[in-house]
Design a protein around this ligand. Structure first.
Ligand SMILES: *Cc1c(COP(=O)(O)O)cnc(C)c1O
Length: 334
């Protein structure tokens, strides 16, 4: 068994985070589709965090965490490592709060992500992802320059901040029968579980991860954090190898189950989001919706007439890549 950390966030921490995020983060819209509801025999509410600042929910956890730093920590600055959405989220949050930010990013990160991160005023420290250890580089910078490391998921303030998305969904639309949330390192899922405890404790909450990276499901079954090899999946934002010391105990205690979906179901969901909901969603962002569709297909009785919440976690995908994934054979059917 992993030791239970003594700084686990609680349900009360989520509305407190929402208070701090008020005016800084967007209160993102909740999307519906009559066609989807009719097809699935349920009422589906989609929380669109692809429309959040920087294009993903990660802004919530980053801004909340940086807001709670003391004056000395703010002056010295923060460091994060990420090739994706966490980098942009920390960079923008730091810019808004006038905190210097250093982001450790791979030299081969997409040019658009490097440019966006630099555009928010962060200093980028490049590293070779095949030869160097980014966590070690960040830890070294933290130590030498006195920077505070902002982890992508395993931190109480990050978790509480991520929970505000589902908190808004429940506050605006009332209790749900079921909720589907994507699962990488578990920041969004554990925060969502806290929000559900606060506002809709009877909701059955499911985590959804890529089939190729099912460490969350394995961990739930084993009752401890299972670490897997770096998975190969379209869902790069959820290609984590293990849950966190803080996300795991919350998930293990409160989640109904962890489901997995194959990559082709993510592409199908991206296509439905574009055609029916008129929104651009990155592959990882489509995990929860794809998992919900599979769960209803497997057990339509259970969900007949149910009120179901789904998160879209992000929309950062280059248009060429989106077109290559969603275009082609099968595109005409939706
Ligand atoms: C980070 C991220 C995830 C996974 O979130 P965790 O908190 O690590 O579980 C899912 N989708 C997108 C778009 C992300 O950026």
């Amino acid at each position: 068994m992993n030791a239970r950390p003594d700084d686990l966030p609680t349900p009360d921490d989520v509305p407190a985070a929402a208070e701090i995020l008020r005016g800084a983060a967007h209160r993102t819209p909740v999307l519906t589709s009559r066609l989807t509801d009719a097809e699935l025999g349920a009422s589906v509410l989609v929380k669109a965090e692809n429309l959040q600042r920087t294009g993903s929910f990660k802004f919530r956890g980053a801004f909340h965490t940086l807001s709670r730093l003391g004056p000395d920590q703010r002056r010295a600055g923060v460091v994060a490592f990420s090739s994706g959405n966490h980098a942009q989220a920390v960079a923008l949050a730091a810019q808004l709060l006038e905190i210097p930010a250093t982001i450790v990013m791979p030299t081969d990160a997409p040019a658009s992500k490097l440019a966006a991160t630099r555009g928010y005023g962060a200093e980028i420290v490049p590293y070779d992802r095949y030869a160097e250890d980014r966590a070690a580089i960040a830890a070294d910078l933290a130590q030498r320059r006195g920077l505070t490391l902002v982890p992508p998921y395993d931190h109480p303030h990050v978790i509480a901040g991520q929970g505000t998305a589902v908190y808004e969904l429940l506050a605006d639309h009332g209790p749900l029968d079921a909720l589907f949330v994507c699962l990488g390192g578990g920041g969004l899922l554990s925060g969502s579980l806290l929000a559900v405890q606060a506002l809709s404790p009877a909701t059955a909450v499911f985590g959804v991860e890529p089939e190729a990276g099912d460490d969350g499901r394995q961990s739930l079954r084993a009752g401890r954090i299972v670490t897997i090899d770096q998975p190969r999946t379209l869902a790069d934002g959820a290609a984590t190898t293990h849950l966190g010391d803080r996300t795991f105990p919350i998930i293990a205690e409160h989640v109904e189950d962890v489901l997995t979906v194959p990559d082709d179901a993510l592409v199908e969901a991206m296509r439905l989001f574009a055609s029916r909901y008129k929104v651009l969603v990155e592959p990882t962002g489509a995990l929860a919706f794809a998992g919900m569709r599979a769960a209803i297909a497997a057990d339509p009785q259970r969900y007949a007439g149910a009120r179901i919440g789904v998160t879209i976690s992000g929309g950062n995908v280059d248009l060429d890549r989106f077109a290559a994934l969603v275009g082609g054979v099968g595109a005409a059917q939706t």
